[in-house]
Design a protein around this ligand. Sequence first.
Ligand code: PLP
Length: 398
Amino acid sequence: MTTRAGRHFLQIPGPTNVPDRVLRAMDYPTIDHRGPDFARLTHEVLEGLRPVFQTRGSVVIYPSSGTGACEAALINTLSPGDRVLIMETGWFSHIAWRHPAEKLGLRVDYVPGTWRRGASPETVEERLTADRTHEIKAVVVVHNETSTGVTSRIADLRRAMDNARHPALLIVDTISSLASIDYRHDEWGVDVTAAGSQKGLMLPPGLGFNAVSDKALAAAKSSKMPKAYWDWEPMLKNMASGFFPYTPATNLLYAMREALAMLHEEGLTEVFARHQRHGDATRAAVRGWGLEVLCEDPREYSNSLTAILMPDGHDADRLRTLILEKFDMSLGTGLGKLAGRAFRIGHLGSFNDLMLAGTLCGVEMGLRLAGVPHTDGGVMAALDSLGVPVGKAEAVLS
Ligand code: PLP
């Protein structure tokens, strides 16, 4: 690894920048995971976590990546041969849901999408209404599609399911939205929410979560999918008394206690508003450069990341490589069919106005040096959007 002065700018859409306070909190000796101090830690973490999911129900914590939490959602609620409706939103609806679902022996109806719009409530309602015998056991939606920067409207999808009077479970992936974009597990009638530690929660990778409704717990009783490590039952039984059925990621739980304290000190409403400001400012920058935001519907703009289309004939990865080499900033690559055609700016987690200004300056400098056709003024437009209007100094002087 080469040594470079100053901080690296980690502006991929997760893993995100881990605050110093959280890093310090991890830096303690690992304790006995069957002792009383550990039980207190688990209880504190669960108490802080439930309001983040906006649930009063059960939350399971796995020592796993986000993909593990997705697999756990399927394994615990379904049986081999069950039909599931998975909404295509981008790379992650495929790699984290369709692919494992098929491997697990589920029959997947993969509802096509353009990667520029969120899951369509109208289509969900149509598909479920047509399923008169209730063969479809679950609808799976990625709340914030990390490959495209498009946020599906879960409340509207819930309404569509209710309109169809269909009993399917609603399973939602919040891996890049939890703790950055408003998300309401209970109010929106979500049955299983899958999440991970490394994005809005400001933690290193390594923890996966399932928030679970009573309806999902009831479905788990009749699920015939083979399960051991992911089984909710021993997890929930152990976690009720503050323990895990196997060795937990103790130091990541120290980190999570601290990160949750930070989120609650700032206030979740303020956290969501901060992400909204940064999302708005980033989109203003993109328009200022004369480039195109991938997301087509303003109701579905993501406040945790922005995917930007490159002008024809210009390679997004060449731009990203130049920005990394010159300015020590990592941006998100285009995934799947967007490889080379788009890059992504992550603006989630522990992030503030100056970090955003630095990030956008790095992109603008990169666009110039790479010879990508654009107009100047993206950074200025972003500052304007942040409430620092251009021309203000003259107004003060006069
Ligand atoms: N789902 C979404 C929306 C994601 O963004 C990611 C990872 O970025 C995943 C699933 C997979 O999570 P992990 O890479 O932690 O396994």
